[in-house]
Ligand binder design. Structure first.
Ligand code: SF4
Length: 361
């Protein structure tokens, strides 16, 4: 989801965590508006007015032994209703990458449920999919495969993997309220290993999981210190049947304040507003760019539907921004005309797809 790191222009300095803790409490009034304008100015100065799009495929869904409280794919939550299926074939994955590319995605992430990829046959399929994506498309391959160790990362990197996505989910001080089956430190170890191997890091979290505004800043401090390249900011879309299914969505203004603070703390990082955009921001989705975002997702999310590619393009151009073109415009299907529907990752919205559901032992 990330690209080459932008340089910091003269006169722009990241804000301190102390200032961030004050700003993130703003949700209305002239100071709130000034914060958004400041974030927009930093985004414009560092990243310009182009918006990067990324697409994902939920390549393996459900039956996860972890207990992340927000996630309908966990096998712990029997009443949650996520699609459940085994890993797609390499050919299916690359065809989805092509469809995402045609809708304007520059990066494409292969996302799998589970603690980690531990079966050799699954790793081989993902390796082959990455090789095919590199050979047949211009999108930059990314993968989100849970916890990872160096030898497996090295294999995927040799196949052409350019980015590793691994969200930290939340602040270290709140992590125990979100997940008990793996540790925050295990996530940090995966992220640091990938960074040390030269992969671009796409690492962010989910806001609105009962954390305080100050804990959002705490997460941003960790991301800043890890020097991540791209920060996906997700907002909780409470999924029925999960422990967080009852949580009230945080307001659009709280979301925008968080995006602005992340932008001001990490001026050179690519900030993508991702899942939960529709549910939490509602009519204020267009303001994500004023709050400092320079990227977003096109297509469906992991277990819920997103706006159509056409609507995403309208949102971007309506703000005077433009879509950052793919490296090879020949592959870009919409020159003025976006596909009217998401043509990939559609399984997530198909009803009744629970054939492979596995009950945790
Ligand atoms: S977020 Fe990932 S690791 Fe956690 S339960 Fe969902 S699929 Fe499993």
């Amino acid at each position: 989801m990330c690209e080459t790191r932008a340089a910091l222009p003269p006169g722009i300095e990241p804000i301190s965590a102390e200032e961030a803790r004050r700003l993130i409490r703003l949700t209305s009034g002239p100071e709130f508006e000034a914060m958004l304008d400041r974030a927009a100015a930093v985004r414009h100065a560092v990243h310009g007015d182009e918006v990067s799009l990324c697409g994902i495929t939920n390549a393996k869904s459900g039956s996860c032994p972890e207990d992340c409280g927000f996630c309908s794919q966990s096998a712990h939550f029997k009443d949650a209703d996520a699609p459940t299926y085994a890993l797609l074939s390499a050919r299916e994955i690359v065809e989805q990458a092509k469809a995402a590319e045609a809708a304007g995605a520059r990066e494409f992430s292969i996302v799998c449920s589970g603690t980690r990829i531990s079966k050799e046959e699954e790793l081989s399929v993902i390796e082959e999919a990455i090789r095919l994506i590199k050979a047949e498309t211009t999108v930059e391959p990314c993968a989100s495969l849970g916890l990872m160790r160096e030898p497996d990362i090295a294999r995927l990197q040799a196949a052409g993997l350019m980015h590793l996505h691994h969200n930290l989910e939340t602040a270290p001080s709140h992590f125990g309220n979100v997940c008990t089956t793996h540790t925050f430190q295990e996530q940090i170890d995966t992220v640091r290993t990938a960074k040390g191997m030269g992969l671009k890091l796409c690492t962010g979290g989910i806001l609105g999981m009962g954390e305080s505004p100050e804990q959002r800043v705490e997460l941003a401090e960790v991301l800043r210190d890890l020097d991540v390249d791209c920060v996906p900011v997700n907002f909780l879309n409470p999924r029925p049947g999960t422990p967080m299914g009852h949580l009230k969505a945080i307001t659009a203004e709280e979301c925008l304040a968080a995006v602005a603070v992340f932008r001001l703390m990490m001026p050179t990082a690519h900030i993508f507003v991702m899942g939960g955009r529709e549910v939490n921001l509602g009519g204020r989705q267009d303001d994500i760019f004023r709050a400092g975002a320079n990227g977003t997702m096109v297509g469906n999310y992991l277990t819920s539907a997103g706006r159509t590619p056409e609507q995403v393009i309208e949102m971007i151009t309506g703000q005077g921004m433009s879509v950052r073109p793919t490296p090879d415009p020949e592959h870009w299907a919409f020159h003025g005309e976006a596909p009217a529907e998401t043509r990939w990752n559609r399984r997530v919205t198909e009803p009744g797809r629970r054939a492979l559901r596995v009950v945790r032992g």
